[in-house]
Design a protein around this ligand. Structure first.
Ligand SMILES: [Zn+2]
Length: 445
């Protein structure tokens, strides 16, 4: 079921790039016109920069337009960037900001039906989900876009969706068995926890039918993928499991902006709806395909809150080569972190994903870890690393060796000293939603 290439919208998904770019150019002009005529913020920005939608002749002209940042949404809280009156808005979502007011987005019926649900349906099919599948949706329902986004995508393709939402670990595991769930949609950290509990409870493998996980809403590494695939393959009926990356953010639409196919070599961005670029975080200049940069999207078909060149702050690179699955839509590499998640430790830039990358390749290390940053006189960084039960039973000398190995590997990758604390299985708090991996004590007090 999960190793067959299927398409939801084959003609669009495999469209020759020249044709796709023509479509993007036409739609970007429409977007710029919508923003210019309907959103005061953009009218002002375009006027300041002395540009109008008439200046768009080729896709290269996109670069002349201003970058939109999260602060623009906050400054126009709650509905200032909406391009449609409330009588045309059918849904409002919001994402919690770390400080103050949330970021608010509004959808017209077109945005929900023809953009979000459509790209979410494509994403699920791309991941190997199909009708007949029973999808246990453990993304949170509510103002957060994860739950409802996945939900309507499942219904669109004709899969049976269980609107389970996050948390409720025991009930999740009961439904895996009783409802025969074949697909899990969740954050990778919650998925890791669920796999661990299934194993602990020694549940009959024949009862666990899960063949695919569509995991997102937090960054995760290739090594984490291997761990998750092994963990579920060890407890399910077939001994095989695909962990597939889904990407999105509420400002653009929610989940389904891009998704990996079953070849797992980058996420296909649905380019007929989202025009993608990467830019240098410092200069704002475009970076070349293959070069890392901040991922930027223009929502070329959206009506409710159309955004021109919105920077996600997520760091990745773009690959325009045709994929083995036959899709022509550009792929982005796994997100390695957010430019604003970057920690500066003793003047050196450190991304949490670099630490995960090191930890996950060391045998005996569990999927659970915590990064603690403190300031004494200088910044200090400590990583609490949970061990698998088997490794934890090793002798003191072996554990001391393991600790030194991890410290050495971290130094090689980061070029700073990281203190490693090995902790017993089940010590690190489990995430039932988005994992909080970094505790930065410097920001408190
Ligand atoms: Zn592909």
């Amino acid at each position: 079921m999960s190793d067959q290439v299927r398409y939801w919208a084959k003609e669009i998904e495999t469209m020759p790039r020249a044709q796709l770019q023509d479509l993007q150019l036409r739609r970007f002009k429409e977007l710029a016109t919508r923003c210019y005529t309907k959103v005061r913020h953009y009218k002002q920005k375009f006027t300041d920069m002395k540009i109008t939608p008439d200046d768009i002749k080729t896709l290269d002209d996109v670069k002349k337009f201003p970058i939109t940042v999260k602060a623009d949404l906050r400054d126009n809280y709650p509905f200032g960037l909406f391009a449609e009156p409330m009588e045309n808005i059918v849904r409002i979502h919001a994402s919690s900001g770390t400080t103050g007011k949330p970021t608010v987005v509004g959808y017209t019926k077109h945005d929900v039906d023809d953009v979000w649900t459509e790209t979410m349906a494509r994403s699920l099919v791309c991941a190997g989900v199909w009708r007949g599948d029973v999808v246990q949706n453990a993304y949170g329902y509510g103002l957060f876009t994860g739950g409802l986004g996945a939900h309507f995508g499942c219904e669109r393709i004709g899969a049976a969706v269980i609107p389970m939402s996050g948390g409720n670990t025991e009930r999740q595991i009961m439904l895996f068995q009783d409802f025969g769930s074949t697909v899990l949609t969740a954050t990778p950290s919650f998925a890791a926890y669920l796999a661990e509990i299934i194993k602990q409870q020694k549940i009959d493998r024949k009862l666990i039918k899960l063949h695919t996980g569509v995991f997102g809403a937090e960054f995760w590494t290739e090594k984490m993928r291997e761990k998750l695939e092994t963990a579920f393959a060890e407890v399910n009926a077939t001994g095989k499991f695909n962990a597939i990356d889904i990407y999105g953010l509420s400002e653009i639409e929610g989940p389904g902006v891009s998704n990996e196919c079953i070849f797992k070599k980058g996420n296909h961005i649905w380019e007929d709806h989202f025009l993608a670029e990467t830019i240098d975080p410092k200069t704002g200049e475009p970076t070349a395909p293959g070069e890392p940069g901040e991922l930027v999207f223009s929502t070329i078909t959206k009506e409710g809150i159309p955004l021109v060149r919105y920077t996600t702050k997520d760091i990745t690179s773009l690959n325009y080569e045709k994929c083995d699955c036959g899709r022509t839509h550009v792929r982005h590499a796994k997100i390695t972190g957010r430019s604003d998640d970057m920690m500066k430790i003793k003047g050196i830039n450190v991304f949490p994903s670099q630490i995960e990358y090191v930890l996950m390749k060391i045998p005996g290390v569990a999927e659970h870890y915590e990064i603690i940053v403190e300031r004494d006189i200088l910044d200090k960084i400590k990583v609490r690393v949970e061990l698998t039960p088997k490794t934890f039973s090793d002798s003191m000398a072996e554990l001391e060796n393991l600790k030194r190995t991890i410290e050495k590997e971290l130094y090689t990758t980061l070029q700073i000293n990281v203190a490693v604390e090995l902790v017993a299985p089940n010590t690190i708090p489990r995430s039932i939603g988005k994992a909080k991996r970094v505790i930065d004590m410097r920001k408190e007090g």
